[in-house]
Design a binder for this molecule. Sequence first.
Ligand SMILES: [Zn+2]
Ligand SMILES: [Zn+2]
Length: 69
Amino acid sequence: MRVETLRARCELDGCEWCDRAAGPCRCCGGTGRWRPEMPRREASGVICWTRVEEWCRMCAGTGKEHNPL
Ligand SMILES: [Zn+2]
Ligand SMILES: [Zn+2]
């Protein structure tokens, strides 16, 4: 398992959720990363599901609880 550095804050200036430390983000469990499955169309026309890894959109990679943006 890769170790990722959490972002200190999200992109919002003065975000009260970043300051509050309300607990770990429910979407990513506080890791700041999530791995959704995205549909991808093969050359043959078959749709495959690929697992991608990106910053958690709920907490913007901070791993802290945030309200839906
Ligand atoms: Zn924030
Ligand atoms: Zn998250």
